[in-house]
Design a protein around this ligand. Structure first.
Ligand code: AMP
Length: 191
């Protein structure tokens, strides 16, 4: 399975990505996690990415695309992968198309978690207290929501047109959301 998990900041992508990836026996590849790891290690990639992340902006496509290309080239991603937080721009969609085509495969599904905007801000502010992420302040959260609406929401129609979209209500109990995703993806796998 080659899948994408999309959704606005705070929709629960990271949590669900791990459950879904385990269920299908594939790696969950989170661009946000890879960037955060590089920031904590102080690598050149981390230093570059941090400038954008702290402001709630997207890291430039060239940087992000190269990072994903290298990651999905690794052996564990050969049987499939779940991308969490990538692609986020139309240019990244094109780039991913090229990468997947090169492997001789196709994307199987694009899961979008839908959620209420105010509930998302509340969730992210709560996460800020638990995880202490630098980009979970209210101003930066609002900016991340704007950037998502401007640059990432248009991708939903692109994937809907391709017949790949699986829309899941991301609100409510974490286990219930996971159950909805599994049911929808098991149907995709059997089709
Ligand atoms: P996330 O953990 O997915 O919310 O990502 C945290 C931050 O990392 C985002 O706000 C962006 O600054 C950066 N980032 C993650 N994925 C991407 C991407 N696909 N393109 C550009 N920037 C990204």
């Amino acid at each position: 399975m080659r899948m994408i998990l999309m959704g606005p900041p705070g929709a629960g992508k990271g949590t669900q990505a791990k459950f879904v990836a385990d269920h299908f026996g594939i790696p969950a590849i989170s661009t946000g996690d890879i960037f955060r790891f590089n920031v904590s290690e102080g690598t050149p990639l981390g230093v570059e990415a941090k400038k954008y992340m702290d402001a709630g902006e997207y890291v430039p496509d060239e940087v992000t695309n190269l990072m994903v290309r290298n990651r999905i080239d690794e052996d564990d991603a050969k049987p499939g992968f779940l991308l969490d937080g990538y692609p986020r721009t139309l240019a990244q969609v094109e780039e991913l198309d090229g990468m997947v085509k090169f492997t001789g495969h196709e994307l199987d599904a694009v899961v979008v978690l839908t959620a209420d905007a105010d509930e998302l801000v509340a969730r992210l502010l709560q996460r800020a207290q638990v995880e202490g992420r630098a980009d979970d302040t209210e101003d930066v959260i609002r900016r991340r929501q704007e950037v998502y609406a401007e640059q990432t929401e248009p991708l939903i129609e692109v994937y809907r047109d391709r017949g790949l979209l699986v829309e899941i209500d991301g609100m409510g109990d974490v286990d219930d959301v996971t159950g909805r995703i599994f049911a929808a993806l098991d149907a995709v796998r059997q089709s």
